[in-house]
Design a protein around this ligand. Structure first.
Ligand code: ZN
Length: 106
């Protein structure tokens, strides 16, 4: 697929969730044709992961600014507060930041 034009894609912050409880993201009734989800320790990593999946799905993401519309405090917010019982460097931390990349027209 060619580079999606402005307005033919959207990046959404799906927040932090437990990997077993994340409901997933679908395109039914959204007007989008495809969605790629990404995970990471921060929103920034999650968006980059979602764009990487899209690129593997043959979507040219080279012109897309993964940080557009988000502040750096949103992009780099830590997964856990220092007081949380679970910390992201725990080996069995089941939490991820999730992001979705929606695309129209294929
Ligand atoms: Zn955790």
């Amino acid at each position: 697929m060619d580079k999606p034009a402005e307005g033919d894609y959207s990046i959404e912050d799906c927040g932090i969730d437990h990997e077993q409880y994340f409901p997933g993201v679908g395109t039914a009734y959204t007007g989008w044709d495809s969605v790629f989800t990404g995970i990471g320790e921060t929103l920034r990593e999650a968006i980059e992961d979602a764009l990487e999946s899209a690129a593997q799905g043959d979507i040219d993401t080279t012109n897309i600014d993964p940080t557009a519309g988000f502040s750096s405090s949103e992009l780099d917010a830590p997964l856990h507060d220092p007081t949380d019982e679970c910390q992201s460097d725990d080996e069995d931390c089941p939490h991820h930041h999730y992001a979705a990349f929606f695309v129209r027209g294929e």
